[in-house]
Design a protein around this ligand. Structure first.
Ligand code: FES
Length: 310
């Protein structure tokens, strides 16, 4: 029997045999007893970091999540150090790479903590496990550096190889969060893929209220795709209606000026998307919100995906 969602299970000779790493992680995501420890940590991250700092850490300014950009530095440095440690003349270079990875782990952890604090509860549980494993790996690498500095090279290499094993497990959990749980994906881009490329009639301009997002619906592949339309005078901006961050309903949001830009603000976690461009002006979303082309015809509003998405 194979059940991905439960993490298991083959029964052989009366014993249950673990078959699926994904399933184990899915089970971890369901364990609510972790929340007693996780929730205070989440609140501490959210209340300690000013919004501007959080936006830097999310990558809102970059238009791309910053955590995967920074996380590759410790992972790459430590993996390379493992290879160099296998070649005795190159071991001093391995020590330099381990130090580089230790230093780079700090900003990578900060970006991860900022993103983690704005995730759904199941992903936060996995993220907590990811963080604990990375902390253990970091401790092993710091201990390895200390051992190497005292001339205990063999112990240093044992500790760093142990760190590499733990860090690899942590990276696998992070990959599961990003790919299987879509924690870093643009949910708006996913919704846009379902939309047919034709012009969509959104109804008369006069039916749209001023400066208040309203729900309109597009179609594609037999499914309804929510759209959020905002009218300002004779101008209408139309977005995919599911927020890039975690699919919040943008038509239930509000129009507000954020950092000098007129934005559509998500009602769930407050991401603010520039009405003119869809670029995030405030996180937690680091991804832009998908925006449609708009034209008027006989007083009606028509919208369609831009050319690069059709
Ligand atoms: S769903 Fe989180 S900001 Fe929109």
């Amino acid at each position: 029997m194979w059940d991905r969602s439960r993490g298991i299970v083959a029964v052989r000779n009366g014993y249950r045999v673990v078959m699926s790493l994904l399933g184990i992680l899915d089970r971890v995501a369901d364990v609510t007893t972790f929340d007693k420890a996780i929730e205070p940590a989440r609140q501490a991250v959210q209340s300690t970091l000013p919004q501007a700092v959080k936006d830097v850490l999310h990558g809102t300014w970059l238009g791309h999540p910053l955590h995967p950009v920074l996380a590759q530095v410790p992972v790459g440095s430590w993996l390379s150090a493992g290879l160099l440690d296998a070649l005795p003349p190159l071991r001093p270079a391995a020590t330099v790479l381990i130090g580089t990875g230790v230093a780079a782990a700090v900003p990578a952890a900060l970006t991860g903590a900022a993103d983690w604090s704005e995730q759904s509860s199941g992903v936060r549980r996995l993220g907590a496990l990811h963080a604990v494993a990375n902390s253990v790996a970091l401790g092993l690498y710091v201990s390895s550096l200390a051992a190497r500095s005292r001339g205990r090279g063999t112990l240093g290499r044992v500790l760093s190889y142990a760190g590499l094993g733990v860090a690899s497990g942590a990276a696998a959990i992070g990959g599961h969060m990003a790919y299987a749980e879509s924690s870093g994906a643009s949910h708006a881009a996913t919704a846009a893929r379902a939309l047919a490329p034709d012009w969509i009639d959104l109804g008369p301009l006069d039916d749209l209220p001023e400066r208040r997002p309203v729900l309109r619906t597009g179609r594609g592949n037999g499914v309804a795709v929510p759209l959020a339309a905002v009218r300002r005078g004779t101008r209408v901006d139309v977005f995919i209606g599911t927020c890039a961050h975690l699919s919040g309903p943008l038509h239930e949001g509000a129009v507000a000026e954020i950092r000098g830009h007129e934005c559509l603000v998500c009602p769930l976690h407050g991401s603010a998307f520039d009405l003119a461009t869809g670029h995030p002006r405030r996180g937690p979303s680091a991804d832009p919100q998908e925006k449609l082309e708009v034209r008027m015809e006989a007083g009606r509003v028509l919208a369609r995906l831009p050319a690069h998405q059709r």
